[in-house]
Design a protein around this ligand. Structure first.
Ligand SMILES: *Cc1c(COP(=O)(O)O)cnc(C)c1O
Length: 376
């Protein structure tokens, strides 16, 4: 779906590709000499994989992770052939040949996926690349310890498979003091010792900040590329990537005691001025933000009052001088000072969910990663 123009849309979403590239460079420097991949699953966390991934490839990123095979298939023609695309879920049953035909590298998460990939490689008479995932304490994806032991005893199961890497995933990496981090690290090292030597990958965004022991050969950050704070309770070293500006539809004066929005959950304590803005929960401005968020009008903080509707929110703009806010004007809903993490906290969720909920009705504007191009 193509995004509407700024003139026609209810809101403007600006995505700073240069900030994403800067964030990737910061993470890459942090994990060097290990390599740094980019996780671009879920349409690059809602920001548009078709724009984000090529910008990162141009900056030198060579490893990309998606979740679903279909995501990898869509991404393949958009990236140079020297870039490798890893499919975290592996190939679904009976879709292995499609995965191989496009040169996508599956992450093999189970003995069944290993058997199917090995069978395909043997049938083709040529090795097929794959990443092997072991579960080290999250119980979500990857071989369990007994399955890994079985694989180590029966190495013929890997026949035809060119192991590109061994990987695992951390359950609590954003909590630097969680004891499970060191347990997972120890289990991952033990798993490596059981298998033929190959590169290793353990860290997501937060894992990068657990220190060099966690870096191995390839880091796999996603959220931090898009500006989400990688470490709970610490200053965010990442640059802000998104700006969301909602368009004012109407401004009205209301008397003291007037209720606003569905359920009339907010009543004006005194005469007030209300701006109705064309963003709602259908746009990923979550309903749980009702009465809990603020917006900025030319730098002045204004409170969201009443419930978030499907297509609108209502702001108390009494503090903004009369006439200063007109239909068509833009108010800041997400910006550098009030980013995805702050909005997520107000909504009772995480920055990841705010980003991946961003709607399709926004006019999307990309600030180019090429510094020679003019920035708007
Ligand atoms: C999503 C995902 C990542 C990226 O995680 P972030 O926390 O966004 O950095 C890395 N590895 C795996 C297996 C994932 O599922």
């Amino acid at each position: 779906m193509t995004s509407p123009t700024a003139a026609h849309a209810g809101a403007l979403l600006t995505i700073d590709l240069a900030a994403i590239v800067a964030n990737w460079r910061l993470l890459r420097a942090r994990v060097a000499p290990a390599a740094c991949a980019a996780v671009v699953k879920a349409d690059a966390y809602g920001l548009g994989a078709a724009r984000v991934a090529p910008a990162l490839a141009a900056a030198g990123c060579r490893h990309f992770f998606v979740a679903h095979l279909a995501e990898g298939m869509a991404l393949r023609p958009l990236l140079p052939t020297h870039c490798e695309i890893f499919v975290l879920h592996g190939a679904p049953p009976r879709a292995e040949a499609d995965c191989a035909a496009l040169g996508l590298t599956p992450v093999l998460n189970s003995l069944e996926q290993i058997a199917a990939w090995s069978a395909l490689a043997r049938a083709r008479g040529a090795p097929l690349a794959a990443v092997l995932q072991v579960d080290t304490g999250m119980a979500r994806l990857g071989l369990s310890a007994p399955e890994l032991a079985r694989l180590a005893r029966e190495p013929a199961r890997l026949e035809g498979i060119a192991l590109r890497a061994l990987m695992s995933h951390l359950a609590c990496a954003e909590d630097q003091g969680a004891p499970i981090n060191t347990q997972q690290l120890a289990r991952f090292r033990a798993a490596r010792a059981l298998l033929p030597a190959c590169p290793a990958s353990l860290s997501n965004s937060s894992g990068v900040f657990l220190g060099p022991d966690y870096h191995f050969d390839l880091a796999r950050p996603g959220a931090a590329l898009y500006g989400v704070a990688p470490v709970a309770g610490q200053p965010n070293p990442m640059q802000a990537v998104v700006r969301l500006q909602g368009k004012v539809i109407q401004v009205r004066e209301i008397d003291a005691g007037t209720g606003v929005g569905y359920g009339l959950t907010w009543r004006a304590p005194q005469r007030a001025r209300i701006a109705t803005v064309a963003v709602g929960y259908a746009d990923g401005y979550l309903r749980s933000l009702s009465a809990r968020a603020t917006a900025r009008v030319a730098g002045t903080a204004v409170a969201l009052v009443g419930r978030v509707s499907m297509d609108t929110i209502t702001l108390d703009v009494t503090a903004v001088p009369p006439g200063a806010l007109q239909p068509g004007d833009l108010v800041d809903l997400l910006d550098t000072g009030h980013g995805v993490d702050a909005l997520a906290e107000a909504a009772g969720t995480i920055g990841y969910e705010i980003l991946t909920s961003l709607g399709q009705r926004y006019a999307r504007h990309y600030l180019d990663s090429d510094p020679s191009e003019t920035r708007q």
